[in-house]
Design a protein around this ligand. Sequence first.
Ligand code: 5AD
Length: 328
Amino acid sequence: MLTKKEIVDILKDDSQNKELFELADKVRHDNVGDEIHLRGLIEFSNTCKCTCHYCGLRAENKTVERYRITPDDIIQFAKNAVNAGYKTIVLQSGEDVFYSKDIMCKIISEIKKLDVALTLSIGEKPYKELEAYKNAGADRYLLRIETTDKKLYKALHPFMSFENRKNCLYNLKKLGYETGSGCLVGLPGQTIESLADDILFFKENDFDMIGIGPFIAHPDTPLKNAPNGSLILALKVMSIIRILMKDINIPATTAMETLNPKGRIMALQSGANVIMPNVTMSKYRKKYEIYPNKTCTNEEIDKYKNYIETKIKSINRTISKDFGFRNI
Ligand code: 5AD
């Protein structure tokens, strides 16, 4: 365990970054091994009712061409990904009420017939809905807290409630989901102290997965003029999380790769053990622009799998053939 002060000191001092990354890599090796889990990501709707100040898909961004993929097509994309060898499907969307409880349950139960693990990343939902999705077969749920700094949370999400988001995470745990959270690094107004609080929040709640991404300014958002977050700081936050939460799943995130072409490989060598390749049809991908230049925009499903396998082998790691649940 580390105290808040110790975490702050590590985050502020860059003289021992190499040692930090190496330690996180060793903890990853000793606890979750050398296998990398691939999760096939389907971005099925870019329609969103939220107005998060950093996000390109915010409701107030009128330049986005909105799309909704039909349930049949979502199920077909999932089949394609399973045929390509994916053992987990992640369904992600903006907060889009079009997909009612019944529609989602149908999609979930059809995908679960494919003998695959299923993760949802569809935002804050009432307890009853989360319960229905769990009963329909969903295994995991991703909901980043984004920041635990309440004032900053309020400033960036004027119409949302920090308490509601936290409760939603507690409900997910109570319902037996493998629960993922995470935060953005480098938001304007975010302090190192608040990043330390984020790390302690993840540890206290013993989440099963934590995704960390550097903030990347989107030109059609209120934060368009803010500087991007730092990849190194995001990697440091991720490494400390690996050291404190030895057996969880940690993705090398696309936002890291967007800031540096080697970003995901750096992450995999600093504590990460998961990659989430985009398996959505390419015509939709460009429209899912949470932040600009999202790297996955050019990945084709089969080609990308070959490419990532070669990369993974080059750093002496292998692709897992398991579902990749947390080893409890
Ligand atoms: N830069 C980086 N990450 C972002 N996200 C949203 N907007 C941005 C941005 N501008 C992240 C949020 C969200 C995830 C799906 O994408 O953390 O939870």
